[in-house]
Design a protein around this ligand. Structure first.
Ligand code: HSE
Length: 302
């Protein structure tokens, strides 16, 4: 039997739709797995998740790993969700990464993590309407702050952090399905807005590379395409943004398809204070988590 943890992740960070992702410390999903002779993959979980191999992200990713290894063994997977379903912090991707890594370990680790990118992308895609995107999948697998290519999601670059990056997370107690949130986005956008967004993303990446957390906010906080559509589904979006900034955040945005929001905090104590301010401003019950970047992705756990 193996037991594997994969971290939650922030994605998009404002203008970086399907492009920017960050692994988070201390929040994630656990998958326990054992080999069976059945040739099938069976899933157990107490979370409200689909259980078959075509629609469960962990099972789908594990299936791809077994196929990649040419193995016809079976697997029993038990998924323990530390990440609330439909919260916006990469739960589908974390389960996919944990499922893929667990399958790899049970096969006596024929693959490195980077050999499993396709498996995790494929696993995660069953929760996002069939579209592959790497901004949660790759941080769940590899950890850290990553640039992933929407044109080729297995292509990525790691941005090494020059300074620790602290976050205040707000998890409102409602669920948004990624597949539905993606389907609502515009099919076409105005030329001028796309120029402005591309410029902001470039400046945001520059600030991330330089560790200029104090200069992130304007580039992170005026996405013209995705965040305005999703803000309408996030209770108290504007008030939460203002509360986080007043409490000292360097920038605030929705993560993934929401409803979770995150703020960049100057340090760990302020991350806790910003969490409290965001919870107070949120009109529905919500949980706050003060955390930071995790450098490591999926791994065995006790
Ligand atoms: N980039 C993706 C989106 C992340 O915003 O739809 C969701 O998991």
């Amino acid at each position: 039997m193996v037991r594997v943890f994969a971290p939650a992740s922030l994605s998009n960070l404002g203008p970086g739709y399907d492009t920017l992702g960050i692994g988070l410390r201390g929040v994630g999903d656990v998958v326990e797995a054992r080999l069976t002779k059945s040739g099938n993959i069976r899933v157990k979980t107490s979370a409200p998740l689909p259980l078959d191999v075509e629609t469960n992200t962990a099972a789908r990713a594990a299936r791809v790993v077994l196929d990649q290894a040419g193995s016809n063994v079976g697997l029993d997977l038990t998924i323990y969700k530390g990440i609330p379903v439909g919260s916006g912090i990469g739960g589908s991707a974390a389960s996919a990464a944990a499922g893929a890594w667990a399958a790899n370990l049970l096969l006596e680790a024929p693959f490195q993590k980077t050999d499993l990118i396709d498996a995790v992308l494929e696993g995660e895609s069953v929760a996002s309407g069939g579209m592959r995107h790497g901004d949660n999948a790759l941080p769940a697998l590899l950890g850290g702050l990553l640039l992933t290519s929407p044109a080729n999601p297995s292509d990525f670059r790691r941005i090494e952090l020059r300074r620790p990056l602290h976050f205040a997370l707000l998890l409102p107690d409602i669920e948004i399905l990624t597949s539905k949130a993606r389907a609502r986005l515009p099919k076409e956008v105005p030329f001028r807005s796309s120029v402005l967004n591309a410029g902001d993303l470039a400046f945001l990446v520059h600030a991330l590379i330089r560790g200029d957390w104090e200069r992130l906010a304007p580039y992170m906080m005026r996405d013209r395409f995705v965040e305005p559509v999703r803000a309408a589904c996030v209770p108290g979006y504007q008030r939460v943004r203002e509360a986080a900034l007043e409490a000292g955040a360097h920038g605030v945005a929705i993560t993934g398809s929401g409803p979770a929001m995150f703020a960049i905090a100057p340090d760990a104590p302020l991350a806790s204070a910003i969490c409290d301010a965001m919870i107070n401003a949120c009109p529905v019950p919500a949980r706050g988590i003060a955390t930071e970047t995790c450098a490591e992705g999926v791994r065995s756990c006790a």
